[in-house]
Design a protein around this ligand. Structure first.
Ligand SMILES: Cc1cc2nc3c(=O)[nH]c(=O)nc-3n(C[C@H](O)[C@H](O)[C@H](O)COP(=O)(O)OP(=O)(O)OC[C@H]3O[C@@H](n4cnc5c(N)ncnc54)[C@H](O)[C@@H]3O)c2cc1C
Length: 288
């Protein structure tokens, strides 16, 4: 199938894009990497009359360290492509969770075009970046007619394909804290074939002092309508020295708190089992 006819404008500034959104309202769609939007147009799942291409907003593309000392953050522009994150030395040094996760996103051809901002704005619960940004306690930088506002990742994902972005707003960047001494990151997922969306996945970070995990954040993907923290399991795992008894208690806590959706191929019980397996693997990687 081919997409319905639409007009196309390449925005030359954020203000230009915002003005077009204000003028055309729900008839307009933002085009970033096009790797989700264009297939959905071809399938006629959406029929906008105007595409506003923000691909030329070069100021919203790239990775940098901003701020100093304890305030320093890694800033990733919304238009930074998946492959640029995968290959960035700055990302590998300061947020290795993202380096680990990137190769799991689709296939290389899609990673060459798709953007981090597009993935976060679309908020597919099976996508890798939303869970990573939640695990890293990231902040989403949003631009609108009233200026800039910042939203914590924990407050950004509202549900299936639903976020804190309001009509007429654009995601400009995401910022995450820099990796601290002793901090470890672990990403893993289970998919039917490499490049498929995950059946279950886990983005995790913690500090390890040789016996105990601290500051642990476990963010699962593909287990609900948005990326999900496993707070009960996190609490059990960092309540004292890590041993088999604690791991077994965390396993029980995780199974009690998760209520995954079944999907077309996997039951809720299978997904719960996968989540428990991913948690054990992540803990092994964080605590070595
Ligand atoms: C075959 C296939 C397999 C895939 N597998 C995976 C996978 O395993 N994991 C995964 O995470 N993704 C996967 N994707 C999706 C891919 O990662 C997309 O690139 C990504 O979800 C959207 O990014 P984009 O830049 O292409 O956005 P677009 O397709 O251009 O836009 C997506 C949506 O976000 C909005 N949008 C885009 N940028 C902004 C912005 N800055 N501010 C506000 N709104 C914005 C658009 O209006 C649109 O509604 C797959 C895609 C395909 C086609």
């Amino acid at each position: 199938m081919k997409s319905p006819a639409f007009d196309y404008v390449r925005a030359d500034s954020p203000q230009h894009a915002l003005a077009l959104l204000a003028q055309h309202g729900d008839d307009a769609r933002i085009l970033a990497g096009g790797q989700t939007l264009l297939p959905s147009l071809n399938l006629r799942l959406s029929q906008p009359t105007l595409l506003v291409d923000i691909g030329g907003l070069t100021g919203w593309r790239g990775v940098s360290v901003q701020g100093h000392a304890s305030q320093a953050r890694l800033r990733i522009g919304a238009l930074t492509r998946h492959v640029e994150i995968e290959e960035s030395p700055l990302v590998a040094r300061h947020a290795p969770l993202l380096t680990q996760a990137a190769p799991h996103i689709a296939h290389r051809a899609i990673r060459n075009m798709g953007t981090m901002g597009g993935s976060l704005a679309y908020a597919d619960p099976a996508a890798e970046w939303p869970a990573c940004v939640l695990a890293l306690d990231g902040t989403l930088v949003i631009h609108g007619a009233a200026g800039e506002r910042r939203v914590a990742a924990a407050d950004f994902f509202h549900g299936l394909y639903s976020t804190a972005l309001r009509d007429g707003e654009l995601l400009a960047a995401v910022e995450v804290p820099l990796l601290q001494p002793g901090e470890r990151h672990a990403f893993d997922e289970l998919a039917r074939r490499h490049g498929d969306y995950a059946v279950a996945g886990l983005a995790a970070r913690a500090r390890w002092d040789g016996t105990t995990l601290h500051g642990l954040r476990l963010a699962f993907l593909s287990l609900g309508d948005r990326p999900l923290r496993a707070r009960q399991a996190e609490a059990v795992l960092q309540a004292g020295a890590l041993d088999e008894t604690r791991l077994a208690a965390a396993d029980a806590a995780l199974r009690a708190e998760l209520q995954p959706f079944a999907d077309l191929t996997h039951s809720a019980a299978a997904k719960t089992q996968m989540a428990a397996t991913l948690m054990r693997r992540a803990v092994r990687n964080l605590a070595t």
